[in-house]
Design a protein around this ligand. Structure first.
Ligand SMILES: Nc1ncnc2c1ncn2[C@@H]1O[C@H](COP(=O)(O)OP(=O)(O)O)[C@@H](O)[C@H]1O
Ligand SMILES: [Mg+2]
Length: 395
């Protein structure tokens, strides 16, 4: 699960990681009092108005603005940003509507660094990535000058070791007793935060050294590992922003299905993650594009299958459906009944290709045949994939 920058900074604070003073705003009317409070507290007349969306690149997209003219200018900027459709490199061309703002103290930045932690599956360790070329162009730096990034792997038993922190500081060119010890405190805190909160990714870009020599996390992107939700139930509930999540994925989660929306137009109903992957591969092999990854699993009830098929049917992106089931524990008749129930309810307006094999396959086929639905049956995965791709082309 992803969270907003202002929420990430709340979490950072709990680990003693320095962040600028700031408060979230959900309405333009809240902005002036917040700006006044910040200016009074910090003695700095500059405040930053920041769009809160779950995507990066806000600065370049016009979602981060500097107000030098106090509460009045902050309010004027806020009224432009709140509610805007913010398009950044990470949102894709459709953008994301801004529903929340963060009003933050302006800092005097001396240097901007890139600092991130993630789970490196290959080495099975937490990797720390740092660069002295932080700020808004890190993607280009990573591509053109990979030598400007340092990656270290952390021993899970030792944690981020002092020698590694010194290595990072040296690579970043951090010097001076106070700044070095502030950096060490930051690095130690952010690693503890990563592990303590079961994160899969934490990105601080930029991590800044201020003109006063302080080390401050100026931005924060945090992704929690969904598999650890049971350990942080209250936090997940508090920090989740449904406006940022795919509504279909949320609905699927509620009924206990694993569903991921994709960009293509072929809806897939499959049982088992391996078969789901293979199905997507074979669709692509024959020139099609899957619209989703949906694994109804082994033990889904008829109601879950019906709900799964409803979700596929109600997507406007889906131009054809491929059902690919190998019945083991999952019985083909349950799948067939689910398809029929959802289609009767919502109507089947796109081509449907079904490949059924395994437990109760005869009964499953009979249910589909008797339903009167327009279904093409397939004798194999390859046959099914070719049929659905052809059906969409012909439509
Ligand atoms: N509190 C702040 N004080 C001064 N400059 C800031 C502040 N917050 C952001 N900035 C500037 O705006 C840039 C973009 O902000 P950031 O929070 O990193 O958003 P994004 O990464 O989504 O573009 C930063 O690299 C920094 O230069
Ligand atoms: Mg940033």
């Amino acid at each position: 699960m992803k969270i907003h920058e202002y929420q990430a900074k709340q979490v950072f604070r709990r680990y003693g990681i320095p962040v600028p003073e700031g408060e979230p705003a959900f309405d333009v009317a809240e902005v002036a009092p917040i700006a006044k409070r910040l200016i009074e507290k910090t003695g700095n007349p500059v405040v930053i108005v920041k769009a809160q969306i779950h995507a990066g690149g806000r600065g370049k997209g016009g979602g981060v603005k500097v107000a030098k003219g106090g509460a009045e200018e902050a309010t004027a900027l806020a009224s432009k940003i709140l509610g805007m459709n913010l398009i950044t490199k990470q949102t894709g061309p459709e953008g994301q509507k801004v529903g929340r703002l963060y009003i933050e103290q302006g800092l005097d930045i001396d240097k901007e660094f890139y600092f991130a932690l993630l789970v490196d599956r290959e080495s099975r360790r937490v990797a720390v990535i740092a660069s002295a070329e932080g700020g808004m162009d890190i993607e280009e730096v990573a591509e053109a000058h990979p030598e400007k990034l340092l990656t270290l792997h952390v021993d899970p038993l030792l944690g981020l070791a002092p020698y590694q922190i010194r290595q990072l500081a040296k690579f970043l060119g951090i010097s001076g007793k106070e700044t070095s010890s502030a950096f060490a405190k930051f690095a130690d805190g952010i690693y503890k935060c990563f592990v303590g909160e079961d994160c899969s990714m934490v990105e601080v870009n930029p991590l800044v050294v201020t003109k006063q020599g302080g080390v401050v996390a100026l931005d924060g992107k945090v992704t929690f590992d969904d598999n650890a939700e049971y350990r942080h139930k209250a936090l997940f509930q508090e920090l989740r922003d449904p406006a940022e999540e795919d509504p279909v994925e949320l609905e699927a989660k509620k009924v206990g299905l694993s569903y991921v929306s994709l960009d293509g137009n072929i809806g897939c109903l499959v049982n088992g993650a391996g078969l789901a992957m293979a199905t997507m591969d074979i669709i692509k092999h024959y020139g099609g594009e899957p619209a989703n990854f949906l694994d109804v699993g082994g033990g889904a009830s008829q109601e879950q299958v019906t709900q799964a098929f409803r979700m596929i049917l109600s997507s406007s992106l889906v131009k054809g459906i491929f059902v690919n089931i190998f019945g083991g524990i999952m019985r083909c008749d349950i799948i067939a009944n689910g398809i029929v129930a959802a289609s009767k309810e919502l109507g089947l307006k796109v081509p449907l290709v079904v490949r059924l094999e395994g437990t109760n396959v005869e009964l499953g086929r009979k249910i589909l045949d008797d339903s009167g639905l327009k279904i093409q049956s397939a004798s194999s995965m390859a046959d099914g994939a070719q049929k659905i791709v052809a059906a969409i082309r012909a439509a």
